[in-house]
Design a protein around this ligand. Sequence first.
Ligand SMILES: [Ca+2]
Ligand SMILES: [Ca+2]
Length: 346
Amino acid sequence: MPCPSFIRLSALYAILALASDPLNAANIEVPGDYPTIQEAVNASSNGDVILVGPGTYTGEGQRVIEVLGKSLTIRATDGHTKTFIDGEGVRGCVRINNSATLNLDGFTIRNGFADYPSTYPYGGALWLASGEAAIKNCAMIDNFSGSAGMGGGAIAGFSCIADFENCLLADNSTMGPFGGAAAFGFAVPVFQNCIIRDNVSSANYGAVFVDLNAGGIDSSVVCNNSGSQQTYGPSFSDDSILSGDCEASACGDLDGNYFADVNDVLILISAWGTGGPGLTSADFNFDGVVAVEDLLYLISVFGNDCTPLGACCLQPGWCEENVSEAYCDANNGTWYGPGSDCGQCF
Ligand SMILES: [Ca+2]
Ligand SMILES: [Ca+2]
């Protein structure tokens, strides 16, 4: 006969297995099963997937969606161009707290408004407090937060885990000092393949502010946000772009043969209307879509030689700048990489 502690342990395992068993997770459809996303959240259990059809979803009270401490996936079946979570300029869009875990995929989150007298006047699109969020394929535009806290027009997060992949954050603003797009404290947010542009804060760091110098911006573009510096905190990967304006400036080579040629036009056309709202390689003007402006830009740089140039150290004290790696190799030099100068050679 098993001892009582074994029985208790077995019961605990059974409960844990039930809670995390994907076979017990349900798919809930909106508007099929419930007319609003919030009603679907209310009826859901941990692990459920809420599949949201095209439409504009608004709400009542302080937030369009309160995740209520649950672990959920909320996915738009037809993507961000057809599915909108809309705060209508009077309420915030999504609140994640009480250790909630949310996977949110494929929405445009817009017109969120977070300010006093709301109990949670932070983050017009997303307020994350003691929770975990993975946000994919979402556009957050035209969201606002007032002067409460640090700022964070679209996103405010505190003591949370937050990953953003393939997202657009544009035209958000805050009356708070920092983070027109996003502001975080005690968090390590990561933005990957994202476009963060045209956001405004009242003091500095118009794009992203992360307290304690944490977080990362990987394979992303940050451009034309307010303030003398656009970000504070996150590190930038080598392939990210930080620019004062969002003007197209790429050489035009998409297939890596170092020429802007017909193959690149074919790649652009094959990407037409796909990708986004985050960064895709043929989106030269960083607006989250591959469209006619990108084709016109590629035509304007057609024929460009895109061979990367840098410094070549031929022997100590003898160096040439703005030469190719092939030239450097042919002369038995050491090439220092794209955009390098001769400083290391002397
Ligand atoms: Ca090419
Ligand atoms: Ca574009």
